[in-house]
Write a protein that binds this ligand. Structure first.
Ligand SMILES: N[C@@H](CCC[C@H](N)C(=O)O)C(=O)O
Length: 277
């Protein structure tokens, strides 16, 4: 099995081309590929398959040729991966499987079709609109953090870190506690603090994330989108740009005048290889 390794702000993926949907990708196989000691190592797997050739992708085949079949490193399936879409697009274009014109390249995901636009080293994706919908809390050890639930196609809980606590001081080696009645399918939990004002953006925040199915990662695109949506809401703004600093770099979230939500940042391919088992 051929693979490519890539990342978006340190959120890393094993990319597996399977254009005609011939591959049997079991949860065990995904977990083995993502194992950083016994496999290649990654936060998740991106299976590159024609939408028409995949059971979940087929519904979108009229609008997008390619379907991003995303799996978390524990083998579970997720509806959306914002960094994944950006790296997936980089792979499609670099490998010659697709071209992206100025109007962008549609990519099908389990959360619907998104549109990716190439801008040099960066890829911007017009994402599904985030929906901020409920108050909740997360716990980290003895600490409780008030937060806001955000649906980005996949579930997020955005928590502000207050009371003089520093973001790096949080122990995210184990999963934060959350309300299972609200998040029946689990949740990705983002912790945020305001960052220094930055030229050219309306809000600047820093975030760490504990991802459902993958643990703490260096970045989460859909998480940054959720954080950006909450930051603009809290600022009383209907449009604007939010810079979201993650441990692996910086993502930009924009809500534009046309009502579209964009996620931008670098998307990098680092290696090609072949899996031997
Ligand atoms: N890292 C991703 C999100 C991947 C899916 C997530 N762990 C989930 O289970 O919902 C991103 O960049 O959005």
């Amino acid at each position: 099995m051929k693979f490519t390794k890539g990342h978006g702000t340190g959120n890393d993926f094993v990319i597996v081309p399977d254009p005609d949907g011939a591959l049997r990708l079991t949860p065990e196989r995904v977990a083995r590929l993502c194992d950083r000691r016994f496999g290649i190592g990654a936060d998740g797997v991106l299976r590159v398959v024609r939408a028409a050739k995949d059971a979940d992708g087929a519904a979108f085949a009229a609008d997008a040729e390619w379907f991003m079949d995303y799996r978390n490193s524990d083998g579970t399936i997720a509806e959306m991966c914002g960094n994944g879409v950006r790296v997936f697009t980089r792979y499609l274009v670099s490998s010659g499987l697709a071209t992206a014109g100025p109007e962008g390249l549609p990519v099908a995901t389990r959360a619907g079709v998104v549109v990716a636009v190439l801008e040099g080293d960066e890829i911007r994706v017009r994402m599904r609109d985030p929906r901020v919908y409920a108050a909740s809390t997360a716990t980290v050890g003895p600490l409780t953090f008030p937060g806001v639930a955000v649906d980005c196609g996949n579930p997020h809980l955005v928590c502000g870190v207050h009371d003089g606590l520093e973001l790096p001081s949080l122990d995210l080696t184990t999963a934060p506690g959350f309300d299972p009645a609200l998040f029946t399918q689990g949740v990705n939990v983002e912790f945020t603090v305001p960052a220094e004002p930055l030229d050219g953006v309306d809000r600047h925040v820093a975030m760490r994330v504990y991802e459902r199915g993958s643990g703490e990662t260096l970045s989460c695109g859909s998480g940054a989108l959720a954080v950006g949506a909450v930051a603009l809401r809290d600022a009383g703004r209907t449009t604007g740009v939010v810079a979201v600093d993650v441990p692996g770099g910086r993502l930009m979230v924009t809500h534009d005048e046309d009502g579209h939500w964009w996620l931008g940042g670098p998307a990098v391919l680092v290696a090609n290889g072949e899996v031997l088992d």
